[in-house]
Design a protein around this ligand. Sequence first.
Ligand SMILES: Nc1ncnc2c1ncn2[C@@H]1O[C@H](COP(=O)(O)OP(=O)(O)OP(=O)(O)O)[C@@H](O)[C@H]1O
Ligand SMILES: [Mg+2]
Length: 441
Amino acid sequence: MKILIVDDEEMQRNMLQGFLEKQGFQTLTASGGQEALDLFTRHPVQLVLIDHRMEDMNGDVVLEKMKALSPLVKTIMITAYGSINTAVHVMKLGVNDFLEKPLDLEELLKKIRKFEQELDVQAEAEVVIESIQQQKFPFAIIGSSKKMQELLSMVCRLSPTEWSVLIRGETGTGKELIARLIHYMSHRKNERLIEVNCAAIPENLFESELFGHEKGSFTGASAQRKGRFELANKGSIFLDEIGELSLQFQAKLLRTLQEKKVTRVGGEIDIEIDTRVLAATNRDLKKMVEEGYFREDLYFRLNVLELIVPPLRERREDIIELADHFLKKYKFDVSFDPEALAQLVKYDFPGNVRELEHLVQRLGTMVRGKLIQLKDMPPLIREKKNNTGILTDRLSEVETEMLLNELEKNDWVQTKAAEALGISERVLRYKMNKANIKSKK
Ligand SMILES: Nc1ncnc2c1ncn2[C@@H]1O[C@H](COP(=O)(O)OP(=O)(O)OP(=O)(O)O)[C@@H](O)[C@H]1O
Ligand SMILES: [Mg+2]
């Protein structure tokens, strides 16, 4: 990782450079804003450490320009102690983090390590997104939010393996999309991906659907038929809504997975199959196991790797991009008014991405003119008051981190932590409660 250090105080600059190089980072230094920008345009830098107050140009102005040039660069602003108002201000500019003077080098190092991990995640997620674009898959995936980037980086790592994957998530979050992605990112991508909706197959046809049947094996079986497992040979099978499978068929499925063989209904011979299994559910399978509705052995076999697709309300950053994506997907030549978009981001979307997709289809069809306005939105969204947004989310994330930091530093003595934070103990307790931080004392 290459780090650019920007500070007009020579001592501070040298100290940081010495420290970071000793930790094995490559560094560049600049003594002012203009010099920093010149360096930045000429060298690929992953992280910028910048002093807020500098003679020629304030740090926030410099960072804003850098972010415009390279949105993925990570930035840490160094501010004077106690200038929390400035912190709020700089966070709005998209600064990733800030540190107060005097610098705590351990804390700095911790933040840098966190960024390194995030950059790895971003790079892996990028691999997934790029390969979708290059291979011209019949689908697109939107996922710039941190949670989706983490998910996509997992997809990148587990796709080339042979392990079974269990994909969990609320309805409409994109589980099926993720299953397809795994198949198309795997070595099996040129073979078939066979999808089976376990909830949609009638009980009495299940066995024949999955394992096939021989001619005359039951009334209506007028010809031999291959089952889905056989069709998915060498490819992948996607068992959707796996939580809806009856106990009887869970047993049959387990045997197939264990033995890697199927027998057609009415057939004599075992047919070997080589199929990667992907499964999805919106149910809590673990709880179903505890309650006796789902076989534990089958659960473990499917759940070698687990992916959780986060609900849309936990990645509101994606809402705007998804809304635009769906307008394009359905070829609507309209756009959202900023006020309407802002309101859309506040809504919780219990039906997740699918609900958003349907909403965009409806709005795109019904709107008069080229602009979807607030008044065109359904009342449920129009009247949504709760103002959680990207910035509030990010700010509370930072606040939680600050609380945890001070508590750790002060051995979890709340009086001391409160004093260091400049708030009363009562406010500290309130904030801890809100952030779900449990006292360790
Ligand atoms: N990240 C995304 N980018 C683009 N489109 C998405 C994304 N996630 C989901 N979609 C779209 O949203 C719709 C619902 O996704 P999908 O069917 O994969 O959800 P699901 O989790 O399988 O839902 P269910 O639980 O109801 O089966 C699909 O049309 C899908 O293409
Ligand atoms: Mg689905």
